[in-house]
Design a binder for this molecule. Structure first.
Ligand code: BTN
Length: 334
């Protein structure tokens, strides 16, 4: 059913300048003309505007901006990502669905997307505010043939993809706050949550979840995060197409991922560091034993933070509380 619908959209899309007859559609899809008509009604429910003329046939006039498997797939120019898409109007968390799908054998590149999450998950067991139709709440299932130790590199890569797309598509100037928060004007607009199912040296699957605040106004963000969170709408004073952003991100992710698999981490590291928040600057670091000032030098192959102490010695840090804003409030995670 679903694939007939997609073929139908494809046929209409390929002929969008002209009408395509019900007879031809019925022959191509090997279904009756009344079945074609029913599909057209379903597409209209999805928000497609379709013109039907008795002697000519059908023609798509416009595509909806609302999210559905069809609308995301339409115009999505990728080789492997998003070939399978699960869309939910509302769900607890796209991460939950992604894990279920992955355990049931979902293919590399499967995408789970929701208009709303009722129990969105952030890093460190925090919750992620995911209001209906206002942001991109997306999880990707990947089955990379890399070692589990390399998995953090994929999170860093995802952050660079988001930064690239926001810069090119929304004309903003994003920075990446280690390890993977996307900041606009020092406030977080996107976060990434990577979860992995792996054995000793084999990854069964990885789920990369991306939350991107798109069209919330300031008053639509919960009060307790307003001082540290933002959205594209707040920063640009414009609404942005969530569907368009999803497509841009998937296309850019596929390209970056393929390059990473081919060429390894150095390009990702370079790109990440070009967006790195406070690189080359002094930051305040708190570990269990210590509290000190250091210069943030960059990131390591394993995603660790590289710093230089005041005595000139360099160190790798995996987890630390960092006072990024020098105001004694840890803004590291929303
Ligand atoms: C963070 O804490 O910065 C990570 C936030 C990740 C949120 C996304 S929204 C889509 C996916 N589903 C979830 O429940 N979480 C991730």
């Amino acid at each position: 059913m679903e694939s007939t619908r997609n073929k139908l959209i494809q046929l209409l899309a390929d002929n969008s300048e002209q009408y395509i007859s019900g007879q031809l559609l019925s022959e191509e899809l090997e279904i009756s003309r009344s079945a074609i008509w029913k599909h057209m009604k379903e597409l209209e429910k999805d928000g497609y505007q379709i013109e039907g003329k008795s002697n000519k046939g059908y023609r798509i006039i416009s595509y909806p901006d609302k999210l559905s498997e069809n609308t995301i797939r339409w115009g999505l120019d990728t080789d492997w990502i998003g070939k399978s898409i699960v869309h939910k109007e509302s769900t607890t968390s796209t991460q939950h669905i992604a894990h279920d799908e992955a355990r049931n054998g979902a293919s590399h590149g499967t995408i789970i997307i929701a208009d709303e999450q009722t129990n969105g998950k952030g890093r460190m067991n925090r919750s992620w505010f995911s209001s209906k139709g206002k942001g991109m709440w997306l999880s990707m299932i990947l089955r990379p043939r890399i070692s589990p130790q390399q998995a953090p590199q994929l999170t860093l890569l995802t952050a660079t993809v988001l930064a690239d797309v926001l810069h090119a598509y929304c004309h903003v100037t994003p920075l990446i706050k280690w390890p993977n928060d996307i900041l606009l004007n020092n406030k977080k607009t996107a976060g990434i949550l990577t979860e992995m199912q792996a054995e000793q040296d084999i990854i069964n699957y990885i789920v990369i979840g991306i939350g991107l605040n798109v069209n919330q106004s300031e008053s639509e963000l919960p009060e307790e995060i307003r001082h540290k969170a933002t959205s594209l709408f707040i920063e640009t004073e414009k609404e942005h197409s969530i569907k368009g952003l999803i497509q841009e991100i998937l296309v850019a992710f596929e390209k970056a991922y393929d390059q990473f698999i081919k060429n390894g981490f150095p390009d990702v590291k370079r790109k990440w560091e070009s967006y790195g928040f406070k690189i080359g600057e002094e930051i305040t670091i708190k570990t269990l034993r210590d509290h000190f000032q250091a210069t943030f030098l960059g990131i390591e192959e394993d995603g660790a933070l590289r710093i230089k102490r005041m005595d000139g010695s360099t160190e790798k840090l995996y987890s630390a509380e960092i006072d990024w804003f020098d105001d004694n409030e840890n803004h590291a995670i929303i």
